[in-house]
Design a binder for this molecule. Structure first.
Ligand SMILES: [Zn+2]
Length: 103
C-alpha cells in the first residue's frame, strides 16, 4: 500500500479508541504529532489537549502549524501506534480534501 493511502475512508471509520482524545487516553494509545517538512515529531500530551478542548475532541484529519523548528511552514499531522505499527490519522476523504486545496 502506498504510504499516502489511509486504511480508512472517513474519520468515522477509524477504531473507536482513536476517535477522540478522551478515548485514546483511556485506552493508553500513543498519538504522535509529526511535521512532514522538518521531520519534527513528539508524543501528544493527551491530558493537556483534553484540558483545552474536552475529551470529545478528535485529532483525525486535523492539522496544525509546525512549532518544532523556527521558521518551518510545514503542517503538523497526527498518527497513532496501532496493532501493526504507526498509522496516519488522516482519512482518504481528509487527504483528498487537502490535496484539492493545496493544488
Ligand atoms: Zn516543521
Amino acid at each position: 500500500m502506498p504510504h499516502h493511502l489511509s486504511l480508512y475512508q472517513t474519520a468515522a471509520d477509524f477504531p473507536v479508541e482513536v476517535q477522540t482524545v478522551g478515548a485514546a487516553l483511556a485506552a493508553g494509545i500513543t498519538i504522535e504529532a509529526t511535521c512532514p517538512r522538518c521531520w519534527g515529531a513528539r508524543a501528544v500530551d493527551l491530558a493537556r489537549i483534553i484540558s483545552f478542548h474536552g475529551p470529545g475532541y478528535s485529532l483525525i484529519d486535523r492539522q496544525t502549524f509546525c512549532t518544532f523548528r523556527p521558521g518551518c511552514d510545514g503542517r503538523v499531522r497526527f498518527r497513532y501506534i496501532g496493532e501493526y505499527g504507526m498509522k496516519t490519522m488522516e482519512s482518504e476523504q481528509g487527504r483528498a480534501w487537502r490535496a484539492s486545496r493545496d493544488r
